[in-house]
Design a protein around this ligand. Structure first.
Ligand SMILES: [Ca+2]
Ligand SMILES: [Ca+2]
Length: 184
C-alpha cells in the first residue's frame, strides 16, 4: 500500500513538474453529483448525441411553477412556459457535444431543482471528470485523490476506466496521456 501510494505521488509529481510552469490555473472540475430530489424519469435513459429524450415528471410543488428548464449538465436543452399541475412531459435533444459517460439531467423551476443520471453510451475519455472532452490538471488531481483513497469515486467516475471501483496507476497514466495528447 505504501509503495502504491508512493508510486502514485511520483507519477503525479512528474506530471505537475512537466506542466507546472505551463499549465494555466484552472478551475477544478465540478464533481458529478446528483441532487437528492428525483421526481422524473427519462425515456430512454441511455442515448447518443442528437437523440430525442422524453422527461416524464411528477414533482410535488410544481403546481405553482410557471417556467421549467431542462439542463443537460450545464447546457440548457428545453425551456417552456409550463401551464401548472405537478405532472409534466417534456422532450429534449441530447447535445451533439455530449461525450460518452454518465451525465446529469436537471429540471429547474422557481422552486424545483431535480436531477437524474443519463448515460451516453461508450467509454468516457480517461480522466475527463466533467465529460467536456478535455482533461485538465484539476481532473488529474481528482483522479490522484481517488487513487490515494482521499476522494470518492463519485467525484470522477471517468478515472476508473475498467469499472472495478478503484483507480489504478495505469488509469492515472491514461488520464495523464489524455491531458497530454487529448481525448481520442
Ligand atoms: Ca474535462
Ligand atoms: Ca479501475
Amino acid at each position: 500500500m505504501v509503495n502504491r501510494g508512493a508510486s502514485l505521488l511520483m507519477l503525479f509529481s512528474f506530471w505537475v513538474g512537466l506542466f507546472g510552469t505551463t499549465a494555466r490555473p484552472t478551475n477544478a472540475a465540478p464533481p458529478l453529483s446528483a441532487t437528492p430530489t428525483v421526481c422524473f424519469t427519462l425515456e430512454p435513459s441511455t442515448a447518443g448525441p442528437g437523440d430525442r429524450v422524453i422527461a416524464d415528471g411528477d414533482c410535488p410543488g410544481l403546481l405553482h411553477h410557471r417556467f421549467l428548464r431542462i439542463f443537460f449538465d450545464s447546457t440548457l436543452v428545453t425551456e417552456t412556459d409550463f401551464g401548472g399541475g405537478r405532472l409534466f412531459t417534456l422532450a429534449f435533444t441530447v447535445p451533439e457535444t455530449a461525450m460518452p459517460g454518465i451525465h446529469t439531467v436537471t429540471v429547474k423551476g422557481p422552486f424545483l431543482d431535480a436531477s437524474t443520471a443519463f448515460e451516453v453510451p461508450g467509454q468516457p475519455c480517461p480522466g475527463d471528470c466533467d465529460l467536456d472532452g478535455r482533461v485538465r490538471i484539476g481532473e488529474v488531481v481528482i483522479g490522484t485523490g481517488i487513487a490515494l483513497g482521499q476522494r470518492s469515486l463519485e467525484d470522477c467516475p471517468a478515472s476508473d476506466a475498467d469499472g472495478d471501483a478503484r483507480v489504478a496507476i495505469e488509469e492515472l497514466t491514461a488520464a495523464v496521456r489524455s491531458a497530454l495528447k487529448g481525448c481520442e
